[in-house]
Design a protein around this ligand. Structure first.
Ligand code: IMP
Ligand code: MG
Length: 191
């Protein structure tokens, strides 16, 4: 617990996506969104906590048009690196979304179960539209089909951390997307 930044960096095997690429892609996605939503149209970004918080902060600032933000916390993972399959709302939105243009901002789509559940839950509340933006996608891991409208990067089947993504609640504050050294996971196999 509470490792210093130096120690966090020592646990990194390699950087998969550096800060410059994250920033450039975020700006590209913001431009795609500005082309898709008319300037006078209502837009509500819904950040999936906790993993989406850094991407939301950068995307929101790159989006040169007015929008609101809200948060939803979903849990599908335990402390390990494999999904439990069960999805649960831990914290719900502050406001109703009836007749609103809703845009889900997620860190990563893996099996697709979290976003499938979230999308269904939001569609049931009568929004005008629901679109999905995921910074990362692991296409080889998909178990259910979910329409993702904006994808930042497709990545291989590796467990990644940084830029909001965690392993056992740590490493979220690394400024890049990285793969950890195998020994960091070693204690998991002893259980
Ligand atoms: P899914 O429901 O299997 O699509 O899993 C999505 C959720 O699992 C994401 O919102 C993440 O919180 C978590 N997750 C999946 N892959 C990774 C990873 O490589 N690193 C960190 N979290 C991950
Ligand atoms: Mg997440």
């Amino acid at each position: 617990m509470n490792k210093s930044i130096r120690k966090l960096e020592d646990d990194v095997d390699y950087v998969l996506i550096d800060e410059q690429r994250l920033q450039a892609r975020t700006e590209e996605i913001a431009h795609l969104m500005m082309a898709d939503y008319k300037t006078e149209e209502d837009l509500l970004l819904i950040c999936v906590l906790k993993g989406g918080y850094i991407f939301l902060a950068d995307l929101s600032r790159a989006l040169g048009r007015s929008h609101e933000i809200d948060f939803m916390a979903i849990s599908s993972y335990g402390a390990g690196t494999k999904s439990s399959g069960a999805v649960q709302i831990i914290m719900d939105l502050k406001s109703p979304i009836i007749d609103r243009n809703v845009l889900i901002i997620e860190d990563i789509i893996d099996s697709g179960r979290t976003l499938q559940y979230m999308r269904a839950s939001l569609l049931a509340r009568g929004p005008k539209s629901v679109r999905i933006c995921s910074l990362l996608s692991k296409p080889s891991r998909r178990e259910v089909d979910v329409p993702v409208d904006y994808t930042g990067f497709e990545i291989p089947d590796e467990f990644v951390v940084g830029y909001g993504l965690d392993f056992a609640e740590e490493y979220r504050n690394l400024p890049y997307i990285a793969v950890l050294k195998p020994e960091v996971f070693a204690h998991l196999n002893e259980e």
